[in-house]
Design a protein around this ligand. Structure first.
Ligand code: GLN
Length: 514
C-alpha cells in the first residue's frame, strides 16, 4: 500500500512507475501533493497560485486515458509538476513575481509548459520568485518571500526560491525554473535539491518572460539527478519559435543519468577544479564538504586537475552590466498599454505620465535599480566604457572555458559560496546579494550547461551544501552522468538521499510544523 505520505516523498521516476503499473492513480498522487501544499505552504510560501481542481481534473483525465489502455501516454504521465511564475501559462496567472503583472493570464503557454502538458504531466501551480527573476533570495517577490524548508528563518535562494522550496518541502516532486545567473542552481544548493541550467539554446524560452535574453535558460529542479534528466528530456529540443534554439537532436539525458549509476562511470573522467572559485571567500563548511566530494570523485577513478580561469574573477562585474542593460530593454514593454497594471495619475495625464506612474507603482526597488543601471550603461557616451567593456570580458571568460575544456571533461565548483542566509540579512546590501552568484554566473556568460546537487550539510549550521559541475556547450548529458555517479556514492554513504534523511527539515513530516 502506498500512503499519501509515501506519494509525496517518492522521486518522480518512482511515482511514474507506480502510476504506470496502476498501483496508484494520478488523482491520488495529485491530491497528496495538494494536501501537502495546504498543510505546509502557509509556512513555506513556495506557491503564488495553486491549480487545485484544475490539477485534479487533468489527473482524472490521465487516469481515464490509462484505464482505456492509451498507448500514447508519456513516461511521466500523471506526475505532478510545479512551474516557476516566469513561464506563461494559459490557465493560470503569470506574474513573474511583479505587481505590474498582478492577475495577468497570458493568451498562450510557454513552449516548455505546452510540452509538459503534451507529456501528460499535471501542473500543480506557479511558484514564487524574485521580481522578474532579479535576486538570490526570493525576498524581492512583490508577493512576500518564500522560506527555506530546512529553516523557516532562512532564504530558499533565488530567484527561483519557490520552485526549489516546493521540491525540498515535498510540495512537488520536481519543478521548472529559469537560470540567468544562477536562479536554478543557487536555490537548489541552499535547499538540498538538484538543479540544472541547460546549454544556452537547449531548451526553448518561448513564453518565458525575458530577463536578459543572452543569458536566460529554462531548466529543471528536483530531488534526484534522474528526475531532472527526465524533465529535461520532456522540455528540451529545438523550437522554431525561439530564434536562439539549437536545431540539434539531443541524446537522452535520462539514459545519461542511468549510465552514471553504473560501476566505473567516473573512471578516467578528468575533473577540473577552478582555482578562482574555491577557498577564499567561501564558508568553511562549504569548502569542507566540497573537498570531501573531490576525494570521493577521485576515489571513484576520476582525475582531479587544478584549472586556472583568470577572468572568472571579473564575471560578476561583467554580468551586472550586461544583465541590467538587457533587462532595461526587455522590461520597456511593461508600459501600461499592453500588459497588466495601469495607474492613472490624479486628474489624468499624458501617455508618458501614465507610463511613468504605472512603472513607479508596478516595479519594486531592485527592478528599478537595474533598469536605471542598465539604461545608464547603454546610454550614448557610456556604452563603450561599460557595456562594450563587459562584452569584452565576457569573451575572455568564454576563452577561459575553451582552454579549460581542452584539458578536462568537466569543471567543478561549490554551487554557492555560503549556505542559506537569514531573511533580511542581505536585503539592504545589493552587492552582498550579488556575490551569491559568484560560482554560477560564468556558465551563463559562456552559454555552457551546469548542474548542482547536494553533497551534505555544513557542520557549522547543519544546512545543505551544493556542488556544481559545468561541461562544454551541448555536453549536458555528461553532467547527468557525473552528477548521478556522485549522487550514488553519497547515497551509499548516507543510506538514502539527503532530503529523505533530513531530520532538520522544518517541514519534513506531512502535516507541517503545526
Ligand atoms: N541572482 C542573479 C540575479 O539577481 C541571478 C538571477 C537569475 O538567474 N534569474 O541576477
Amino acid at each position: 500500500m502506498t500512503t499519501a505520505n509515501d506519494l509525496i516523498h517518492l522521486p518522480a521516476a518512482d511515482l511514474a512507475e507506480r502510476l504506470s503499473s496502476g498501483e496508484v492513480s494520478s488523482v491520488e498522487a495529485t491530491q497528496a501533493h495538494l494536501d501537502r501544499i495546504a498543510a505546509v505552504d502557509g509556512d513555506v510560501h513556495a506557491y503564488l497560485h495553486v491549480a487545485g481542481d484544475a490539477a485534479l481534473e487533468r489527473a482524472a483525465e490521465i487516469d481515464r486515458l490509462r484505464a482505456e489502455g492509451d498507448a500514447g501516454l508519456g513516461p511521466l504521465a500523471g506526475v505532478p509538476v510545479a512551474i516557476k511564475d516566469v513561464l506563461c501559462t494559459l490557465d493560470m496567472p503569470s506574474t513573474a513575481g511583479s505587481r505590474i503583472l498582478e492577475g495577468w493570464v497570458p493568451p498562450y503557454d510557454a513552449t516548455v509548459v505546452r510540452k509538459l502538458r503534451e507529456a501528460h504531466l499535471i501542473p500543480l501551480g506557479k511558484t514564487n520568485m524574485d521580481e522578474f527573476a532579479m535576486g538570490s533570495s526570493t525576498e524581492h517577490s512583490a508577493y512576500g518571500p518564500t522560506r527555506n524548508p530546512w529553516d523557516l528563518d532562512r532564504i530558499p535562494g533565488g530567484s527561483g526560491g519557490g520552485s526549489a522550496a516546493a521540491v525540498a518541502a515535498f510540495e512537488a516532486p520536481f519543478a521548472l525554473g529559469s537560470d540567468t545567473g544562477g536562479s536554478i542552481r543557487q536555490p537548489a544548493a541552499v535547499t538540498g535539491s538538484v538543479g540544472v541550467k541547460p546549454t544556452y539554446g537547449g531548451v526553448s524560452r518561448y513564453g518565458a518572460i525575458a530577463l536578459a535574453s543572452s543569458l536566460d535558460q529554462v531548466g529543471p529542479v528536483s530531488r534526484t539527478v534522474l528526475d531532472s534528466a527526465l524533465l529535461h528530456d520532456v522540455i528540451g529540443g529545438h523550437d522554431p519559435r525561439d530564434s536562439t534554439s539549437i536545431p540539434d537532436v539531443w541524446p537522452s539525458m535520462a539514459d545519461a543519468a542511468r549510465a552514471g549509476r553504473r560501476d566505473g562511470a567516473l573512471k578516467g573522467m578528468r575533473i577540473g577544479v577552478v582555482k578562482q572559485l574555491n577557498g577564499e571567500g567561501f564558508q568553511a563548511g562549504v569548502t569542507q564538504r566540497f573537498t570531501e566530494a573531490l576525494t570521493l570523485l577521485e576515489g571513484a577513478g576520476a582525475e582531479i586537475v587544478e584549472i586556472d580561469a583568470p577572468n572568472f574573477e571579473y564575471a560578476i562585474a561583467a554580468y551586472y552590466l550586461i544583465l541590467p542593460a538587457e533587462a532595461s530593454s526587455n522590461l520597456a514593454k511593461f508600459d501600461s498599454v499592453r500588459f497588466g497594471l495601469r495607474v492613472n495619475p490624479p486628474g489624468g495625464g499624458t501617455v508618458e505620465q501614465v507610463m511613468s506612474a504605472t512603472r513607479e507603482a508596478g516595479f519594486g526597488p531592485e527592478v528599478k535599480r537595474r533598469i536605471i543601471l542598465g539604461t545608464y550603461a547603454l546610454s550614448a557616451g557610456y556604452y563603450d566604457a561599460y557595456y562594450g567593456s563587459a562584452q569584452k570580458v565576457r569573451t575572455l571568460i568564454q576563452r577561459d572555458f575553451d582552454a579549460a575544456f581542452g584539458r578536462v571533461d568537466v569543471l567543478v565548483t561549490p554551487s554557492a559560496p555560503t549556505t542559506a542566509f537569514r531573511l533580511g540579512e542581505k536585503l539592504d546590501d545589493p552587492l552582498a546579494m550579488y556575490l551569491n552568484d559568484l560560482t554560477t554566473i560564468p556558465a551563463n556568460l559562456a552559454g555552457v550547461p551546469g548542474i548542482g546537487l547536494p553533497i551534505g550539510l555544513a557542520p557549522e549550521d547543519g544546512l545543505p551544501v551544493g556542488i556544481q559541475f559545468m561541461a562544454p556547450a551541448r555536453a549536458d548529458a555528461r553532467l547527468y552522468t557525473v552528477g548521478a555517479a556522485l549522487e550514488q556514492i553519497l547515497e551509499d554513504r548516507w543510506g538514502g538521499s539527503l532530503l529523505s534523511q533530513a531530520p532538520e527539515l522544518a517541514v519534513a513530516t506531512a502535516g507541517g510544523t503545526n
